[in-house]
Design a protein around this ligand. Structure first.
Ligand code: AMO
Length: 401
């Protein structure tokens, strides 16, 4: 007899004999009758009477069972039907006690949940996050495909960092030092010199973040885009278009144009001098919209590859519910200026030899951005901690499971 999933059952199966399989989530014992709550892709009820009762009472919760019986329509129970048990087999017995209550009725802290993540993932509300990740990633990809972008995969083992030396993970590459890529910055920019006018990548980025916050991971998914022959306004429009479309299609959230605040204007709104985390949160509270841009950061707050504009830069950050979810801008494409910027940042030109070469032989003006996928999901779902959006998060204190 073939196994069938509970969500495939309709009236045409009523009064037929079937086999359903899954995890024994719960057992309600009324003495002469026992109700089992079993989980496959959904929950369903197995009703048990007579001699079988002794047998089912002995099965530990979360064991994998195979239940054979007749499907009976019953408006009183969940799904409008129950399986009247005729035969039960234990396919794999679960040990007791469980490290975690998979129904979520006994609350557990995030660390305990993450230590036993697979058991945690048995909860429907937990898996909803990962269904959302799937929906959002699909919409992101579709957006770029529709806009004529080429999807690229750039190396994650690299020779030089781009986003500040403090957060580099160093590794031994056959006896010479190399690093885990903090972002695909170097490569997405180099590709602009190839004639690939628009590229995007969705891939892990690695940061040795010492800070243990609710929004920092050591490994996160970075959605990166780079576009040639554009100015900063075009880049802003592209990112706004992406967020609008993705949020509408994946979550039914309809947005207007995002406010674009100048750096100084944003700071003066909250009477502050410095754009630290506190200021960002206060600005987010003042702005009515969930998403807004802050434009033109001072040069010392941005990396060397961003184009300078006097004391300021052609740069932006995008905030969503108080979280910085993206940053980007127009790049410095003029070779001599770029070399000066690298030197001024205290970096070694020799380390950027391969990055710099295309800038000497015909590099168009270009711009782009990196969007933190995990933070995007965190903000979209209003989750307290970015770790909840990742199957197996990595941070300062966690490299397991
Ligand atoms: P930046 O360093 O601002 O810019 O990173 C881009 C976006 O990535 C997310 N992010 C993180 N998410 C989780 N944990 C972290 N430790 C973490 N660090 C960053 C944030 C952030 O806005 N190369 C540039 C982008 C560009 O200019 O194209 C860059 O990496 O949401």
């Amino acid at each position: 007899m073939l196994r069938i999933y509970s969500d495939e059952i309709s009236e045409k199966y009523f009064d037929k004999e079937l086999k359903l399989e899954g995890w024994l989530q719960d057992l309600r014992d009324l003495g002469k009758i026992v109700f089992l709550v079993v989980r496959d892709r959904n929950l369903f009820q197995v009703t048990c009477k007579g001699d079988l009762i002794k047998e089912v009472r002995a099965i530990p919760k979360e064991s994998i069972i195979s239940a054979k019986g007749v499907i009976k329509g019953n408006e009183e129970v969940m799904n409008g039907w129950e399986l009247l048990l005729e035969e039960v087999k234990v396919l794999n017995k679960a040990e007791t006690p469980l490290p975690l209550d998979p129904t979520g009725r006994t609350p557990a802290d995030l660390d305990t949940r993450l230590n036993s993540r697979i058991i945690d993932l048995r909860r429907r509300d937990v898996t909803e996050t990962f269904r959302n990740r799937t929906r959002v990633m699909r919409e992101i990809r579709d957006f770029y495909y529709d806009e004529g972008f080429i999807e690229v995969n750039t190396p994650k083992i690299v020779r030089a960092g781009m986003e500040g030396g403090a957060t580099l993970f160093k590794l031994d590459y056959f006896g010479t030092p190399a690093y885990l890529a903090q972002s695909p910055q170097l490569y997405k920019q180099m590709l602009m010199g190839s004639g690939f006018d628009k590229v995007f990548e969705t891939a892990p980025a690695f940061r040795a973040e010492e800070s243990a916050t609710r929004r920092h991971l050591s490994e996160f998914i970075s959605v990166d885009a780079e576009i040639a022959f554009v100015e900063m306004g075009d880049v802003l429009d592209n990112l706004e278009g992406l967020c609008n479309r993705v949020l509408e299609r994946a979550a039914g959230i309809k947005l207007k144009e995002f406010p674009r605040l100048e750096y100084d204007e944003a700071l003066s709104m909250v009477g502050r001098e410095e754009m630290d985390r506190k200021a960002e949160v206060e600005i987010s509270e003042k702005v009515d919209d969930d998403l807004f841009f802050i434009l033109n950061y001072p040069a010392e707050e941005k990396p060397f590859y961003i184009m300078k504009k006097g004391e300021r830069t052609n740069s932006f950050d995008l905030f969503y519910k108080g979280l910085e979810i993206s940053s980007g801008g127009q790049r410095e494409h003029r070779y001599p200026v770029l070399c000066d910027n690298i030197k001024e940042s205290g970096l070694n030109l020799e380390d950027f030899k391969y990055y710099l070469e295309p800038f000497r032989y015909g590099m168009p003006p270009h711009g782009g951005y990196g969007l933190g996928f995990d933070r995007f999901i965190q903000a979209m779902m209003g989750l307290d901690n970015v770790r909840e959006t990742v199957l197996f998060p990595r941070d300062r204190f966690r490299c397991h499971p």
